[in-house]
Design a protein around this ligand. Structure first.
Ligand code: GLU
Length: 295
């Protein structure tokens, strides 16, 4: 058991520069950690080489530093933690909670892509490994912002992948092993990941580790209602001029603009933000629609 009452984290995948949406998750998780008097960690989720962009992890860390968001404790890299994922997988396999699966996408097409039983037409040299999800696996959790969230994992998701057929660790396994091993008590991230949370809770139960508290922040939409990643505002944030962006994110998080008026530097702004942050002002709505991009 950790003696730290609150340990949050920001866990970007190095697939490109940080955009406003990811910085909102970083700043939001930092604010909630500071408000709780807790720690804030950073973990680079680089277990998916096909999606990785060379240099992106360093660029993301440089951007976080320019915005004054410094991790408490060393940065963790998932690419250096294979041993932990392998040990978890071996245990699940040995206990019959996971199984090798030779199904291809087309084998699963007849089941709407949801795996309930193997329908492989041919054996693969390197099968995927899936978690066995029992019939009737209904997971409910209380999100810190969105309220109660329920998913019928067997019917809506099915047996899910832990190790992909291409040999890469699945996000679900790596994130659960790491959150547990790093003693993360509070996961704060974007609402696009809320669908994954019931899978992560099932996996935590299968591994016998604690379930952290979860809070999913609203996603940013542009004025035309598109997800930010498809809009102009998905451009990388301007690390050379962090103050307007931090003020914009602060207001997107529902906080009172005036609290940051006096701040003339990043350090000052973050000090005021940590002191003035009020979680009760976070919008529960699914989306934040900013009036105009920062700058
Ligand atoms: N690495 C994931 C992403 O960038 C986030 C993981 C998480 O916060 O659980 O989308």
């Amino acid at each position: 058991m950790s003696s730290i009452p609150y340990r949050g984290r920001f866990a970007p995948s190095p697939t490109g520069p940080l955009h406003l949406g990811s910085l909102l998750a970083a700043f939001g998780s930092w604010l909630l950690a500071r408000h709780a008097g807790g720690e804030w960690r950073v973990r680079i989720e680089d277990v998916d080489p096909p999606r990785e962009v060379a240099g992106a992890a360093d660029a993301q860390l440089a951007t976080l530093a320019a915005f004054g968001l410094h991790a408490d404790g060393p940065i963790q890299y998932q690419s250096r933690r294979h041993r932990l994922y392998q040990a978890a997988l071996d245990r699940l396999l040995a206990e019959g909670k996971a199984f090798a699966c030779h199904c291809s996408r087309s084998d699963l097409a007849g089941q709407q892509g949801i795996h309930r039983h193997c329908a492989a037409h041919q054996l693969r040299p390197h099968p995927a490994v899936r978690l066995r999800v029992a019939d009737g696996s209904r997971v409910m959790f209380q999100d810190g912002l969105q309220g109660s969230f329920t998913q019928q994992v067997d019917r809506e998701v099915g047996d899910f992948v832990l190790l992909r057929a291409d040999g890469c660790w699945a996000y679900q396994l790596a994130v659960v092993v790491d959150d547990a091993e790093q003693g993360i008590t509070d996961v704060v991230r974007g609402l696009d990941l809320i669908d994954s949370t019931p899978r992560q809770i099932l996996l935590q139960r299968a591994l016998g580790v604690a379930t952290p508290r979860y809070l999913h922040l609203p996603l940013l939409l542009d004025a035309s209602g598109h997800k930010l990643s498809k809009s102009l505002a998905a451009r990388p944030v301007d690390a050379a001029d962090p103050l307007p962006t931090l003020r914009w994110l602060w207001s997107a998080l529902g906080q009172a603009d005036a609290a940051l008026d006096a701040a003339g530097s990043v350090g000052e702004l973050l000090q005021h933000a940590a002191a003035g942050f009020n979680p009760a002002l976070l919008q529960k709505a699914s989306f934040i629609v900013p009036e105009s991009p920062p700058g």
